[in-house]
Design a protein around this ligand. Structure first.
Ligand SMILES: [Zn+2]
Length: 145
């Protein structure tokens, strides 16, 4: 999904959560909102790691290009590893959320983001291969293929 879509959806999600569960507080809602789109920073991290370039604009263009390459290559496409978009990262956040209230807000924002990305990639774009959902699949591919 595009950043603007994540921002709008995250704003709506955190506002609804605050209305339904006022005990999360304004700060909790703000954290959930910020994480609901901020987690995409791992696309930027991957770009920096891959290209050794800190340009945010080129990183964004790279991400757009990767989508086109994924569509062209189909199931042959080797999706990049976006570390915060993995089940393992979510699991870690989920476990930490049991012990810390701030981590609970971070987990909720990340989970919402992950679900939106999954829905968009699999059901809207119909390109489930365009994303890597587990860290282990990346490690397996790099080690054994
Ligand atoms: Zn994302």
């Amino acid at each position: 999904m595009y950043p603007t879509q994540h921002i709008l959806a995250g704003l709506l999600f955190s506002a609804v959560l605050l209305l339904l569960y006022p005990t999360i507080g304004f700060l909790g809602a703000v954290i959930i909102f910020l994480v609901s789109f901020g987690i995409d920073v791992d696309h930027y991290f991957f770009y920096i790691f891959k290209k050794r370039d800190f340009s945010f604009q080129r990183a964004y263009q790279y991400s757009i290009e990767q989508g086109k390459i994924a569509r062209a290559q189909g199931k042959q496409y080797s999706a990049p590893l976006n570390i915060f978009h993995t089940v393992e990262a979510l699991l870690m956040m989920g476990i930490l959320s049991l012990y810390n209230r701030i981590m609970l807000f971070i987990f909720l924002g990340a989970l919402f983001h992950f679900i939106l990305d999954f829905w968009y990639t699999v059901y809207v774009l119909r390109m489930p291969y365009a994303r890597r959902y587990t860290l282990s699949s990346y490690v397996r591919e790099k080690l054994f293929l």
